[in-house]
Design a protein around this ligand. Structure first.
Ligand SMILES: [Zn+2]
Length: 228
């Protein structure tokens, strides 16, 4: 009796389906999210930087990302970051590269205040817990409070995000000694990653790629095992 009463207290509702669960999200929804996982790690090859995406931005994965950002579920970001880290460790790069500095795409301070956390930093935290890489959430600063990218086309996105980032002069210069992996929640046209990358490389820092939870554009991506 006492045990069943206690189990009621530790159970909470799955944010995606409202079923009772003892986990962050129920097993059913975890399986649904994993259904959007890219079977082989895929790489965007049309850009300068390799992009590593855990899954496709659709269905339950899309809903899970929305829960993180708009329903105040930072712990879900950490969980997805752990999944991203586990997948990364199975890639040739993940097996090969021992030292990396992980730099999440920053939010503008006004948005950070409103949301209370940066989802990319939460994802990066989970990612670094699994991979053992160094997390540096303060390497970049978002100096412009850009409009929401939703609904903008590729060129509008590029203009919107132009010069939005600068390097944090105060951050520890040890970051320069290991290559940087940028980390974001969603990859759409690549304009955000490109701008963030430029802000770092202009300061002679080496960026080796970007890892994201979900990729929204599917043109020009090739399965990694076709490339290597
Ligand atoms: Zn569920």
């Amino acid at each position: 009796m006492l045990r069943s009463l206690l189990s009621l207290f530790v159970q909470s509702l799955c944010p995606l389906c409202q079923r009772q669960t003892q986990e962050l999200i129920c097993t059913y929804c975890q399986q649904k999210i994993r259904g959007h996982h890219l079977s082989a790690w895929e790489i965007e090859t049309s850009r300068d930087l390799p992009i590593f995406a855990w899954g496709k931005y659709e269905g339950h994965l899309k809903r899970a990302i929305a829960q993180i950002k708009y329903e105040n579920k930072p712990e879900l970001g950490i969980l997805l970051g752990e999944w991203l880290g586990q997948s990364w460790l199975n890639t040739p790069q993940g097996k090969k590269i021992r030292r990396l500095t992980v730099v999440p795409i920053p939010l503008h301070q006004h948005k950070l205040k409103l949301r209370g956390f940066n989802q990319s930093t939460k994802i990066a935290r989970g990612f670094c817990q699994v991979t053992g890489y160094t997390l540096n959430p303060h390497a970049l600063i978002r100096v412009r409070n850009t409009e929401a990218m939703f609904g903008l086309n590729s060129q509008q996105r590029q203009e919107n995000i132009h010069n939005a980032f600068r390097i944090n002069k105060n951050f520890n210069s040890t970051v320069a000694r290991s290559p940087i992996l940028l980390l974001d929640d969603i990859y759409t046209t690549g304009s955000t990653i490109k701008e963030a990358c430029q802000a770092l490389t202009q300061n002679s820092l080496k960026v080796c790629g970007a890892a994201v939870i979900a990729i929204a554009s599917f043109t020009n991506i090739h399965k990694e095992n076709q490339k290597y």
